[in-house]
Design a protein around this ligand. Structure first.
Ligand code: NAD
Length: 477
């Protein structure tokens, strides 16, 4: 299968273009050959997005935008198996998680269809200011223009929709640059949205690397907003390149999870095995650091190792498989080096640690130190550390001792303690009696510190994709 960029509904596949191949991370089978975009494609995609915004999208009534999104949700539901298989093939994600991703994506489209009809302004009490009598003031939320959406490899459908769906709901147009490692589900999504009635020029799709396409896209003068999900180094570059444009950055983390003595241990163990190892830990809110009260540490560790060793490892295409490969061999090698480095510095490998090609076994580490890479940096791999603690203050300090702050989990039956700790955690979100890795698509989601800027979650992304415009009227009476 060869795929190309899609500009104004037309696909560009000429033989003269440079190509990249996408291979199935599990078995190296070819998934797609990408015909890459060139600089003039980028300019054309942006010009068409700009014109379509002014001629069509900003005038399109909310009920039409909502209908397009609703139709797309129905089409996606009808084709859910095909999309799930595509994600599994391109990303190596076990099928049961790909199915979950598609189901969430259907909901994101539905939420966006609903939100499109609720973009509300406010009446301003003008007479609150001296001289404001006989004046009426109100606000409207208006679309921005052209949104550049740049996405990561790990949730190639749902994280694309977290940008594209609110942008359409708001009446913007979009230039989408998907991750070059997993662009096939986004390619199919663009076609599905066009089929749902979205004007062809409202969503343009560019295949290319971050350097060749991402960089000039972010810098372009006709882009009004950049919405990016990906790593901290790229986020930093985008922030520097974006100038005066609005920017949303959804970046990484090394999420902490805290288990107090009175935690429901069985639930915590089974949810944290999922939270640490789902999609081989390649999830931004993956449970990376598990702090366990010293009185339950031994019991937790034993049960956690047992459940981890019972994970079904294998072909991601099998519905039974719970754990599969990492995205590529380089990433698996990098993660293995981080494990070896920690062991050389005194950490203990409790289980896992073996690598075979792209597969790195689910790995649990103990006796870790705060300056080890597996603690201080985002591991983005199936590696989790279990760390004992003795006091509430100590564990709050350890959890906050990070450049990141995306989402955390606290497990305790003591509601007062839960809120006391949640209030002190420097995070964009805190779950009580749930792992850090849990996310729903309608709650505000995003980080503090170096985990990012702005919030997604359809309603919140949509707000950031509009401008607040003020209208005032002076009456003579
Ligand atoms: P990445 O940063 O390597 O790439 C993300 C995207 O940025 C790709 O499309 C890439 O081509 C593009 N890019 C690279 N250089 C660029 C540049 N100079 N200008 C513009 N675009 C450029 O990330 P990845 O490896 O695909 O994904 C993993 C990262 O994403 C992890 O750090 C993870 O935590 C993060 N992530 C965050 C969230 C969140 O919601 N906070 C969700 C998923 C993933």
């Amino acid at each position: 299968m060869k795929i190309g960029s899609i500009i104004n509904g037309e696909e560009y596949l000429e033989e003269t273009r440079e190509t990249i191949t996408v291979k199935n991370p599990y078995n190296e089978e070819m998934v797609a050959e990408l015909a890459l975009a060139k600089e003039d494609d980028l300019n054309r995609a942006i010009d068409i997005s700009y014109d379509t915004f002014h001629q069509t999208m900003k005038k399109m009534p909310a009920h039409d935008r909502a209908d397009i999104l609703l139709k797309a949700s129905k089409l996606l539901e009808e084709r859910k198996d095909e999309f799930a298989e595509t994600i599994t093939k391109e990303a190596g994600k076990p099928l049961q998680f790909s199915q979950g991703e598609v189901q969430r994506s259907v909901q994101v489209l539905r939420f966006a269809a609903e939100e499109a009809k609720h973009i509300e302004g406010k009446v301003i009490p003008m007479d609150a200011a001296i001289g404001g009598e006989n004046r009426i003031g109100f606000t409207k939320r208006v679309p921005l223009g052209v949104v550049a959406a740049i996405t990561p490899f790990n949730f190639p459908l749902n994280l694309t929709l977290h940008k594209v769906a609110p942008a359409i709901a708001a009446g913007n147009t979009i230039v989408l640059k998907p991750a070059e490692k997993t662009p096939v589900s986004a390619y199919k999504l663009v076609q599905l949205l066009h089929e749902s009635g979205l004007p062809k020029g409202a969503l343009n799709f560019l295949l290319g690397t971050g350097k060749e396409i991402g960089d000039p896209l972010v810098k372009h003068d006709k882009i009004h907003k950049v919405t990016f999900t990906g790593s901290l180094p790229v986020g930093r570059t985008i922030r520097e390149n974006a100038g005066f444009k609005k920017v949303t950055l959804e970046l990484g983390s090394n999420s902490p999870n805290i288990l107090f003595e009175d935690a429901d241990l069985d639930y915590a163990v089974s949810s944290l095995v999922k939270g640490a190892f789902a999609f081989s830990g390649q999830v931004c809110i993956s449970a990376q650091r598990i702090y366990v009260h010293q009185n339950i540490y031994d019991r937790f560790l034993k049960a956690f190792i047992e459940k981890t060793e019972a994970l079904k490892i294998g072909d991601p295409m099998s519905e039974e498989t719970e754990f599969g490969p990492m995205i590529n061999e380089d990433e698996a090698k990098r993660a293995k080096m981080w494990i070896d480095d920690a062991v050389d510095n005194g950490a203990k490998l409790e289980t896992g640690g073996e690598r075979n090609g792209t597969l790195l076994k689910p790995t649990i580490m103990t006796n870790v130190k705060s300056d080890m890479k597996i603690i201080a940096e985002e591991v983005f791999a199936p590696i989790v550390s279990v760390i004992p603690f003795s006091s509430e203050n100590q564990v709050v300090h350890q959890s906050n001792d990070s450049i990141y702050g995306l989402q955390a989990g606290i497990f305790t039956r003591d509601i007062d303690r839960a809120f006391r700790v949640a209030d002190q955690l420097e995070m964009g979100g805190v779950w009580i009696n749930e792992m850090s890795t849990y996310r729903q698509d309608n709650h505000p989601y995003g980080g503090v510190k170096k985990s990012g800027i702005g919030r997604e979650g359809v309603q919140y992304a949509l707000e950031d994709m509009t401008e607040l415009k003020f209208y005032g009227i002076r009456l003579n009476g």
